[in-house]
Design a protein around this ligand. Structure first.
Ligand code: FMN
Length: 262
């Protein structure tokens, strides 16, 4: 089984996304998978400019940027993969523009004038199923502690799944990512970070053995690092303790800024 991770963090191999992909791959490799990560930040992927050349009979499904950038290289790797991890940090409430730019380049692989009815019951245009129909896992990381924060990205991938018929086989969401203790070990069980890393390794194993991540493993991988007591939000709404909480958050952010160790 070949697993391809497409990492769209601008911090490339030095970011939390890459760090978590590596944990996932420990389990997948243990179960015999071939694993590879592509860091989009290291490649050149031009924006689709809607020139429509790819939709003309003479130039059908050829992009004006073929051989001029790395999109076709990534598409080749996607076609060769059995499963894809789409890793993205939350950037201003949405996915990384690096990933969205790559997705927009799918346009040149689809006959957009040809109508198609998906298994999920959606009207859509023709698409290159060898590219877009791979089972996939979104891996979303962000620093905020609100569950609302990655909502747009998760919703995007659910819709992506419906229109492409690609099976969503797990969803990994790492909130408060800057608070992960990167020195934690997936082999011990002392901290929340240990337990999260163990869950990532287990998720990697399950992707190979069960072709999906179990709900239990997903829950462990997605567990919060900080659990706010239930009364904090009502207090804040009443204006009680606001200043202390904000100061505490500023202290926390200072430690987050030391993340260069990734
Ligand atoms: C331009 C930019 C925008 C960001 N926007 C958000 C945001 O809206 N919400 C959030 O929680 N974190 C936001 N972050 C923080 C990143 O999501 C967070 O640091 C993440 O862990 C980075 O992943 P990486 O280390 O793999 O690059 C933003 C970071 C950058 C650089």
């Amino acid at each position: 089984m070949r697993i391809l991770a497409i990492n769209s963090s601008f911090r490339g191999s030095k970011g939390v996304s890459a760090f978590l992909i590596d944990k996932l791959f420990i389990g997948a490799i243990e179960k015999g998978a071939e694993c590879e990560t592509i860091h989009l930040a290291e490649l050149q992927i031009n924006h689709c400019i809607d020139c429509q050349l790819c939709q003309t009979p003479k130039h059908l499904l050829k992009c004006t940027f073929d051989e001029k950038d790395n999109a076709s290289f990534v598409f080749r790797k996607m076609r060769e993969a059995d499963l894809i991890i789409f890793a993205t940090p939350v950037y201003v409430l949405g996915m990384s523009s690096l990933l969205k730019t790559l997705f927009e380049r799918f346009y040149s692989t689809a006959k957009v004038g040809e109508f198609h009815f998906t298994k999920s019951g959606m009207f859509f245009h023709h698409g290159d199923q060898s590219l877009t129909q791979k089972p996939f896992v979104p891996l979303v990381v962000y620093d905020n502690l609100e569950t609302e924060m990655p909502k747009n990205i998760i919703s995007y991938f659910k819709t992506y799944s419906k229109f492409t018929d690609a099976e969503l086989v797990g969803t990994l969401i790492r909130k408060s990512a800057g608070m992960l203790d990167v020195s934690a070990s997936p082999t011990s069980n002392h901290t929340i970070s240990d337990s999260i890393f163990q869950a990532y390794v287990q998720a990697g194993r399950e992707l190979v053995t069960q072709k999906k991540i179990s709900k239990l493993t997903e829950k462990k991988a997605n567990q919060p690092i900080i659990r706010l007591p239930f009364f904090v939000k009502p207090m804040l709404k009443l204006g009680i303790g606001k200043e202390q909480i904000e100061k505490g958050h500023a202290r926390m952010m200072k430690s987050v800024m030391k993340r260069d160790k990734f």
